[in-house]
Ligand binder design. Structure first.
Ligand SMILES: Nc1ncnc2c1ncn2[C@@H]1O[C@H](COP(=O)(O)OP(=O)(O)O)[C@@H](O)[C@H]1O
Ligand SMILES: Cc1ncc(COP(=O)(O)O)c(N)n1
Length: 433
């Protein structure tokens, strides 16, 4: 017998942009981002670029009729909830898209002009044509260079970025997100300007050149959130959040600068169950191997981070820790994300410097544990001497295995893999016993 179908109806997003054969930017970035964000991606290709991580090697503009035919085909059939534009290449294409303005809901305009590699993606005499399209947009997302072309102000600080945003809103955009990736300050500052207020979103700069596709991914992520019904401020905030993670965990593909990790959030969510099960496995093994000598009254805190963990709620742990009882070690509750405070915080700090560190176990701290660590010759850092918890990332080295957090009477054992953590905690317990 045939099975009953179970269709789902995601919101539909349209991207009007160029194709990047290298897969990191353009239509390819847009569709990956839209799908990972839970919407259905449709596309109208403006130009086919021969591109890779090293640069743009060729570009073939499609005839206007073919671009229109794609947009018409999508609109004739789908109930489009949001649209983003990327590489529009020429004045003609920009004007063609503007001709559809009345039918473009939640329009996010990324005024793409130059690729991260430095190659031009927009004819210089097309720059002026953007003004009319921007006037129709829900949001325009220029980087600093594009902002300078569009407004004549080259933003070098937050105040100037705000001024740029105000000019773009005066041009008719509902809002402008002036991106700060290219402004050389330690904290990246993206400024969202509407006619009502200004919101500054700051996030730490990731030390990398691997930002290929960042603008495409950000504008697609925002359009996707708008298609789900988020308000503009929330959509922008979640887009910037995605980007900071997508850049930190960028994709090291190709010989040139890597691409941003378009699907990083979806992949991280998909890894949560596996991470929780791995923590359960470590706990079961430590109980089985009876590591009581390393457990004090505060209990054992066994934690595991998802592969792209950024926050404490991305770290799984036994709620209420694993306690020492007269009949052996017992977990208090089940494994939950966000159940660990300090151990999760220290693991996340350590991951700033060594992102592969994914597991940690909080054990007791006393002279016997410290003597055992010396005997085992494990790389150990002392938080009192080497800085507070926030400074773990400065003190940690490639060989660091344990952190001494005397103030909290804790020793934190770290590992990249679950079996390594399990063996380290067992070895420490056996060395003390
Ligand atoms: N080195 C970086 N570290 C963290 N975030 C970055 C970095 N570079 C860019 N971003 C973020 O990526 C997004 C795109 O910014 P930007 O690079 O300025 O635009 P574009 O990709 O259009 O040139 C912004 O949200 C910005 O904050
Ligand atoms: C087809 C196409 N569209 C856009 C970009 C801009 O890329 P970025 O997001 O790195 O600025 C690109 N390199 N190629």
């Amino acid at each position: 017998m045939a099975r009953q179908e179970a269709p789902v109806s995601p919101p539909v997003v349209l991207t009007i942009a160029g194709s990047d054969s290298g897969g990191g930017a353009g239509i390819q970035a847009d569709l990956k981002t839209i799908e990972a964000g839970g919407a259905f991606g449709t596309s109208a290709i403006t130009s086919v670029t021969a591109q890779n991580t090293r640069g743009v090697h060729g570009s073939h503009l499609l005839p206007i009729e073919d671009i229109e035919a794609q947009i018409d085909a999508v609109f004739d059939d789908f109930d489009v909830a949001a649209v983003k534009t990327g590489m529009l290449a020429t004045e003609d294409v920009i004007e063609t898209v503007r001709g559809y303005a009345d039918r473009l809901p939640n329009l996010v305009v990324d005024p793409v002009m130059v690729a991260a590699s430095g190659d031009r993606l927009l004819e210089p005499d097309a720059e002026d044509a953007y003004e009319a399209l921007i006037a129709e947009s829900t949001l325009v997302t220029p980087n600093a260079d594009e902002a300078a072309v569009l407004t004549g102000i080259d933003p070098e600080n937050e105040g100037e970025a705000r001024e740029v945003g105000q000019r773009l809103v005066e041009m008719g955009a509902d809002a402008a997100l002036v991106k700060g990736g290219h402004i050389p300050v330690p904290e990246v500052t993206d400024v969202l300007v509407t006619d009502e207020d200004v919101t500054t979103i700051r996030h730490p700069r990731v030390d990398t050149d691997s930002t290929h596709g960042s603008g495409c991914t950000l504008s697609s992520a925002v359009a996707t959130r708008l298609s789900h019904g988020d308000n503009l401020a929330a959509a922008v905030e979640s887009g910037v959040d995605l980007l900071s993670r997508a850049i930190r965990y960028n994709l090291d593909v190709g010989e040139g600068a890597g691409a941003v990790h378009h699907t990083v959030e979806a992949r991280d969510r998909a890894a949560r169950e596996r991470t929780a099960e791995t923590v359960e496995g470590i706990v079961a093994a430590l109980i089985d191997r009876d590591v009581t000598p390393v457990v004090d009254a505060a209990g054992l805190d066994v934690v595991g981070a998802t592969p792209y963990a950024e926050h404490e709620h991305d770290v799984a742990a036994v709620e209420g820790r694993v306690a020492r009882t007269l009949s052996g070690l017992r977990p208090n509750r089940g494994v939950r994300f966000g159940a660990s405070g300090r151990t999760a915080e220290l693991l996340l700090n350590a991951r700033e410097e060594r992102p592969a560190l994914s597991f940690a176990c909080r054990c007791r701290n006393d002279s016997r544990v410290e003597a055992a660590l010396k005997e085992l010759e494990w790389g150990t850092i002392d938080l009192e001497r080497d800085g507070g918890p926030g400074r773990v990332e400065d003190a940690i080295g490639p060989e660091t295995v344990a952190l001494l957090d005397r103030r909290a009477s804790s020793t934190i054992v770290l590992a990249e893999r679950a079996p390594t953590l399990r063996e380290r905690v067992v070895t420490l317990a056996e060395t003390i016993a």
